[in-house]
Write a protein that binds this ligand. Structure first.
Ligand SMILES: Cc1cc2nc3c(=O)[nH]c(=O)nc-3n(C[C@H](O)[C@H](O)[C@H](O)COP(=O)(O)OP(=O)(O)OC[C@H]3O[C@@H](n4cnc5c(N)ncnc54)[C@H](O)[C@@H]3O)c2cc1C
Length: 395
């Protein structure tokens, strides 16, 4: 059998290693990625402030994959032809018996005029963006002023916006420049601490207290109309001046999914069943940010459910084990997703865990401590070490 994976990040790489563990060498595994590097995305907010070097948070995919007997193709998937079992790439067609899609999302900056690194705001969503944000931050430090940080309508990732606003606050306090930089946080969430998952325990109160404590103004239910060189215009009519802005953009599925009939929903996210198998195409699986997840509640401004690295890995392991089970004619499995993540603030961090991810939950935890900041720092090193070696064990 031939198993093809698209995407070389948390979802794709975990699935590739997991499949290799479960399938004999007679079964060929190929990973296609348009990026030949694995990037530890959770560290990008640190890169944007100069707390981490870009080269410390990446590794080349080729060596670990090839050493495990997994073929690597550095190519962009352009579309999938499910009837023919073919992935069309810019470097030729790749045929498959089973396909696993882990392509994450497309960052839709063009949905809002002036948004993003090609417009007037920064992003920390890719390594290139984080590097560019670092340059902008250096310029800002020489000539400080108003700061706006947040997440746009249609975003489905809020944690990094919170991390960035707290870290920027911590940074400026350390150099005694916080008084020169009023900070506003704008978010499409209905309230602070919603996070796209209808909150987590006391997250609303905790975040409101944290913002008050740090003197950060917050605007919720925000819809951005337009961004000019130094002003963010909201639909409410409010105008926010800025010298430095970092806004998480709307997310949608990647073009390869959007351009394949019946593969994704109208936003390009892939509907799957409890086995992470496509609801229509029986030999296609999808994991991670690429997957469609129903929001837990209606919100005045549309937002998506975030899928963390930890959630993505759980999905990848379940999907890989189900592909192997199908090939070996074993029973398939499914499991409720859990979440554990650390929201860093530069000096401290908040541990957030929930099981299951969406309410009602059996258990959850939200706790702030300086130790969690160091846990996050150490976890990055450990994670990069284990992924270079093909270890998919989850803490
Ligand atoms: C700034 C930021 C901070 C975060 N912090 C945390 C955190 O602290 N903790 C946490 O748990 N999660 C965090 N997350 C979420 C975490 O990064 C995601 O859950 C994770 O990256 C999802 O992995 P994925 O494999 O689904 O997709 P992605 O990481 O988006 O990877 C997609 C992969 O597919 C490839 N690809 C895309 N399109 C194509 C194509 N057409 N052809 C070939 N290859 C393609 C890309 O190159 C990439 O390799 C953060 C996210 C961001 C943006």
């Amino acid at each position: 059998m031939r198993v093809v994976i698209i995407g070389g990040s948390f979802g794709g790489l975990t699935a590739a290693y997991e499949l290799r563990k479960r399938l004999d060498k007679e079964h060929k595994i190929t990973l296609i990625s348009d990026n030949d590097k694995f990037v530890f995305i959770p560290s990008l907010p640190w890169v944007s402030l100069g707390w981490k070097k870009p080269e410390d948070v990446v590794f080349d995919l080729r060596r670990p994959l090839v050493s495990k007997g997994i073929e690597f193709r550095h190519a962009t998937a352009e579309k999938i032809e499910p009837e023919k079992n073919i992935v069309v790439t810019n470097a030729g067609d790749v045929s498959y018996d089973y396909l696993l899609i882990a392509t994450g999302s497309y960052l839709e900056f063009e949905a809002i005029p002036g948004l993003g690194p090609q417009g007037h705001t920064q992003s920390v969503c890719t390594l290139e963006h984080a590097k560019q944000a670092y340059e902008a931050w250096q310029r800002f430090l020489k000539d400080p002023g108003e700061i706006v940080i947040g997440a746009a309508q249609g975003a489905s990732c809020f944690g990094p916006a919170y991390e960035q606003v707290f870290m920027v606050d911590t940074y400026l306090r350390r150099i005694n420049k916080r008084h020169e930089a009023p900070i506003t946080f704008i978010t499409s969430e209905p309230y602070l601490g919603h996070f796209g998952i209808a909150g987590l325990g006391t997250s609303r109160r905790s975040m409101e207290d944290e913002f008050a404590d740090r003197d950060i103004k917050a605007i919720t239910n925000a819809v951005i109309d337009e961004i000019t060189t130094d002003v963010i215009k909201l639909k409410s009519g409010e105008e926010l001046k800025f010298k430095y802005a970092m806004i998480i953009p709307p997310f949608r599925g990647v073009d390869a999914v959007m351009s394949t009939k019946d593969l994704g929903n109208p936003r390009g996210f892939i509907p799957v069943n409890e086995h992470y198998r496509h609801v229509k195409f029986e030999n296609i699986y999808a994991v991670g940010v690429a997957v469609a997840m129903m929001p837990p509640e209606h919100t005045p401004v549309p937002i998506g459910v975030p899928k963390t690295g930890h959630m993505t890995e759980q999905m990848a392991k379940i999907a890989a084990s189900n592909i192997a089970a199908e090939i070996k004619k074993n029973e398939k499995k499914s499991a409720e997703l859990q979440v554990i993540c650390f929201l860093d603030m530069g000096n401290e961090a908040v541990l957030m865990s929930a099981s299951p991810v969406l309410p009602p939950r059996n258990k959850h935890r939200l706790k702030k401590h300086v130790v969690f900041h160091w846990v996050k720092v150490i976890f990055e090193r450990y994670y990069l070490w284990k992924m270079r070696r093909g270890i998919t064990w989850l803490p």
